[in-house]
Write a protein of this length. Structure first.
Length: 279
């Protein structure tokens, strides 16, 4: 019998209390995913100075909202903005016990920063999700520190799977490139749709039609890539007839100074910026 993947496993038997620091867009998406996977609201504590209606509604179902008495947590998920971290993280100190997992999805905050901000015994995972997490279709890359046990790594995978696929790396230095490819990547795809629409308008299409054609083409192609067993290069080749219209367009996009070169430069720029922000 096949062992269930992290995306399939239930959280109904979550071992202890889960603390979520920050219930904004990404934290809120994770919270929704955990509940959908069977996590009891009574096992969740949310620290959020400006809770939305959905979090307040969950508080009426037993979720602990801004608890006055700290409790030892099995896991803490840190989902605040990185610039808020120095002020926000001290509030977690009383929640960290000997076996607590601290899982951070803050961009640009390395393991060493988290280790300095949390009690010495904390086992820490740093993770980089992306915005399709809002619909459960994100991808997250995670890196553990030396204190993370195999059990805690599985727990982190289960929590992150609430917002999509999960990959693990051993070298934290790769997180800058991860940020550049998948963290920033949705913006590149949205820019593609934007540029396609503008090109369609320039070619004479009504603006509304051009935008719809670009939007649905990008969305449909992404879904085809998601569902297909074929790689991106093969799918591209399947659309391209020799001497046809697609081939003429790809000659421009794949030529000197074209799409490959531009995207390589863009990813390199984002990688360097990520390194600079992390210090």
């Amino acid at each position: 019998m096949k062992r269930p993947t992290a995306n399939q496993r239930t959280l109904a038997k979550f071992p202890g209390q889960l603390v979520l620091l920050g219930a904004g867009k990404m934290g809120g998406a994770m919270l929704d995913g955990w509940l959908a996977r069977g996590l009891n609201p009574k096992k969740i504590a949310v620290i959020e100075p400006q809770p939305g209606k959905s979090v307040k509604a969950l508080a009426r179902r037993g979720l602990k909202l801004n608890p006055k008495k700290p409790l030892e947590a099995a896991a803490i998920v840190i989902a605040v903005k990185p610039q808020s971290a120095p002020e926000a993280l001290p509030a977690l100190r009383d929640y960290v016990g000997r076996n607590t997992l601290a899982l951070s999805i803050m961009a640009g905050r390395p393991l060493r920063f988290l280790a300095d901000a949390l009690p010495p015994g904390a086992a820490i995972v740093r993770a980089m999700p992306n915005t399709p997490a809002a619909i459960g279709r994100g991808i997250t890359v995670a890196v553990p520190d030396a204190k993370v046990s195999a059990r805690q790594r599985r727990l982190a995978s289960d929590l992150l799977a609430a917002i999509g696929a999960v990959e693990w790396i051993a070298d934290e230095a790769l997180m800058d490139a991860v940020t550049a490819v998948s963290g920033s990547g949705p913006a590149y795809v949205f820019l593609l749709a934007e540029a396609m629409a503008q090109a369609g308008i320039a070619a004479g299409l009504p603006a509304a039609l051009a935008r719809r054609l670009a939007r649905e083409t990008v969305a449909g192609s992404g879904e085809l890539l998601h569902r297909s067993d074929l790689d991106a290069a093969t799918l591209r080749q399947n659309v391209t007839s020799p001497g046809g219209t697609t081939a003429a367009a790809l000659e421009v996009l794949m030529g000197p100074g074209g799409f490959d070169e531009l995207l390589s430069r863009a990813v390199d720029a984002a990688t360097r910026r990520s390194r600079a922000l992390a210090g």
